[in-house]
Design a binder for this molecule. Structure first.
Ligand code: RIB
Length: 302
């Protein structure tokens, strides 16, 4: 069983369903409202934990009801919450999510996530020592992410960075990343290159960049410099929120299997995740993932 350390955000997702996205200045009636546990960091931690990894998370919530609920939910998933703390002067992070069909538009208010500091990570250095793999995203301050990369390097741990939401990355940070997992837009933003150049970007970083491509699955360049595609799986999408997070959590959980096998598991887990409402609703357990893969492999043989 892998020991996965996740450094990242914890949000309460406030989700409104609408028939169509409102235009600027327009007021629409929504169809329903619900709250779900979210945040890219927490989502990735839950995805890895459901798939059997031993997960520890470093993050921050506010000293409020959302924060207490979110920490309790992570503990219920079997995640080690020893390094989660509550900020006194910030509210728990929230994401205002509008869902139209299976498409979403998201506004994140970081709240206490913005307080997660390099000092918090240094205080939790033991968690880096105990990890097999470290996973982070970009909903935490950049100096904190850079510290995560440094601590992973100091203790010789692979560092997977999901560069979402999209922002440019420093050369120093990129050098410490074992695997970058952007979508096409995030890849261009992270490397400061035109979107159309994604194949060249992957070729320039063999084995170091894996690009997720929605229904086209994922692309990376292997150590021999050959472009590889891991196909996606066909499902009926209910809510695509958290699909990328499920992919990343699964990738970390199965890191020890190598990139080809881990990306296959991650594509299948990501596909299953969209079949239920909420970022974490459809994230599969290991047994559910294995059953799904067995059913799909059987279909391929027919
Ligand atoms: O990736 C999906 C997540 O992004 C949501 O859960 C929301 O909290 C935002 O952080």
């Amino acid at each position: 069983m892998s020991q996965v350390l996740v450094v990242g955000s914890i949000n309460m997702d406030l989700v409104v369903h609408v028939a169509q996205f409102p235009r600027l200045g327009e007021t629409l009636f929504g169809q329903s409202f619900a709250t779900y546990h979210g945040g890219k960091g927490a989502n990735q931690a839950v995805a890895a934990a459901r798939l059997g990894a031993q997960v520890t998370m470093i993050g921050r919530v506010g000293d409020d009801a959302f924060g207490q609920e979110l920490i309790a939910a992570l503990a219920d998933e079997g995640i080690n919450t020893e390094w989660l703390s509550q900020s006194k002067n910030q509210a728990t992070g929230i994401a205002a999510i509008t869902l139209a069909g299976s498409d979403n538009a998201i506004i994140v208010v970081p709240g206490a996530n913005a307080d997660l500091s390099p000092a918090d990570l240094l205080a939790a250095e033991a968690a880096f020592i105990n990890a097999d793999v470290v996973l982070a995203q970009l909903e935490s301050p950049m100096d904190t992410i850079e510290m995560a990369a440094q601590l992973a390097a100091r203790h010789n741990k692979p560092f997977i960075l999901n560069p979402a939401p999209a922002m440019p990355l420093s050369t120093a940070l990129l050098e410490q990343v074992s695997l970058l997992t952007p979508n096409e837009y995030e890849l261009a933003t992270a490397l400061g290159l035109p979107e159309a150049d994604w194949q060249a970007s992957l070729a320039a970083h063999p084995g170091k960049v894996l690009m997720t491509a929605g229904q086209d699955g994922a692309y990376y360049t292997n150590a021999q410099g050959e472009l590889q595609q891991q196909a996606s799986y066909t499902v009926t999408a209910i809510d695509t929120t958290g699909a990328g997070d499920t992919f990343n959590g699964a990738l970390a959980a199965f890191w020890h299997l190598g990139l080809a096998e881990a990306s296959k598991m991650a594509c299948a887990a990501g596909a299953l995740s969209v079949t239920q409402a909420g970022a974490q609703g459809g994230m599969p357990t290991l047994a559910q993932l294995q059953a799904f893969l067995a059913a799909n492999d059987a279909k391929e043989l027919v």
